[in-house]
Design a protein around this ligand. Structure first.
Ligand code: 1VU
Ligand code: MG
Length: 349
């Protein structure tokens, strides 16, 4: 464990100084593409204009024989594309894989000036973040970068969940954490075969109403991910970094995707992954507060003056605590409105 005074010192001579804050940038969707897939890659310049974050994926979902092509494809796309305000991220291969060292060395050296965040899969504890932290500092120094590349961890092993608080606090380079429900389900030996979302077998059933145990008992599907998302959100919030829901694999089920994203939004996540173009607008809708909620938040904040005391609005008590929630909503709305003129009009801020 580093002493608190050393925490903000560069980990290599000549590396950029770590920042004490993660600046909040709109992050409603992390859009994944496979840089070795020519059709997808061709769409990147247009998609980059519509999304908050575009991510060149090098890990799972990229075929083994395409790993080098994906890495080089990302270098080529990043050099050729002007991303404007859109963040460019990559997901490198896992730290125990034969590709990750070349992934990190190549990407930082070739396109480090354009990369905002490196997503690290299957993070198990602070030791994984410390390894990446030092390696990035060495490479940033060698490449002469003037900004730090931040690190995002995927929470997708039982060990990672058990250590999520230390992962979130491991380095000033930590930008956020995503829930990776598919690998996590395998690691926990859950008996599911899906990529995120619910399961019809995970239910509670009403008590029996008579002798026949099979009659008149409504069942309610439960949320498999509530515990993990809530724990991840707390770990992120206590360290001022950003929590995200990860993938929703049933691309056709746009309704359940919206539900899963909204659960994550309500619990505190700032965004989710989009795996297919159809999921981009779902994330944009869900992770942008509704104009009605923003209007209500404005009314409460205005009525509360300095934020202390209690007032009645539409028959409901509002006080310091509800005012703080409204300020969270307004902060988010303002930062999204700066990026999105349609939202600026809808929010009237
Ligand atoms: O119309 P065209 O043929 O020119 O293009 C297709 C397709 O290439 C394109 N497209 C995409 N473009 C950019 N980004 C994407 N993510 C993307 N996905 C598809 O859109 C056109 C229509 O596509 P489609 O509906 O015919 O869909 P496909 O069958 O081609 O592809 C579906 C999958 C799901 C395979 C594809 O979207 C994909 O590979 N997405 C990314 C998956 C990924 O990154 N997985 C890793 C993260 S999830 C994880 O790690 C945990 C499991
Ligand atoms: Mg995974």
């Amino acid at each position: 464990m580093r002493n608190p005074r050393a925490f903000l010192r560069p980990l290599a001579v000549g590396a950029p100084k770590p920042s004490s804050d993660v600046p909040f940038r709109p992050s409603r969707m992390i859009h994944f593409f496979d840089p070795s897939n020519e059709k997808m890659a061709a769409k990147v310049p247009d998609i980059a204009k519509k999304v908050d974050i575009i991510l060149g994926n090098l890990e799972d979902a990229v075929k083994t024989e395409k790993k080098e092509a994906a890495r080089q494809g990302l270098v080529d796309i990043a050099k050729a594309t002007e991303f404007g305000d859109t963040q460019l991220w990559t997901r490198v291969n896992s730290l125990d894989s034969p590709w990750v060292l070349d992934d990190i060395i190549t990407l930082v050296t070739e396109i480090g000036d354009k990369l905002d965040v490196i997503m690290v899969p299957k993070v198990e504890g602070a030791q994984d973040i410390h390894y990446v932290d030092r390696l990035l500092a060495q490479l940033e120094a060698r490449a002469g970068l003037d900004h730090q590349i931040l690190v995002h961890a995927i929470l997708e092993t039982a060990e990672g969940v058990a250590n999520v608080e230390e992962i979130a606090a491991a380095s000033p380079r930590m930008q956020g954490i995503s829930l990776g429900p598919a690998d996590l389900a395998a690691s926990r030996r859950m008996k599911t075969t899906r990529v995120g979302g619910g399961h019809p077998g995970y239910i509670v059933r009403q008590d029996p109403t008579g002798e026949d145990l099979t009659v008149g008992r409504t069942t309610y599907q439960q949320d498999l991910w509530h515990y993990t998302i809530a724990r991840m959100v707390d770990a992120c919030a206590m360290n001022d970094i950003l929590p995200f829901y990860g993938p929703f694999g049933d691309i056709k089920d746009v309704v359940a995707c919206e539900d899963q994203f909204r659960n994550a939004f309500l619990l505190g996540c700032v965004g989710a992954w989009s795996l297919h173009p159809v999921q981009i607008d779902i994330a944009k809708k869900v992770f942008s507060p509704s104009p009605e909620d923003v209007a209500h938040a404005k009314r409460v904040v205005e009525a509360m003056g300095d934020g202390s005391g209690a007032v009645m609005i539409d028959g409901k008590m509002e006080d310091d605590a509800s005012c703080k929630q409204c300020l969270v909503m307004l902060d988010l709305a303002r930062s999204l409105a700066e990026r999105d003129p349609d939202l600026a009009t809808a929010y009237d801020l």
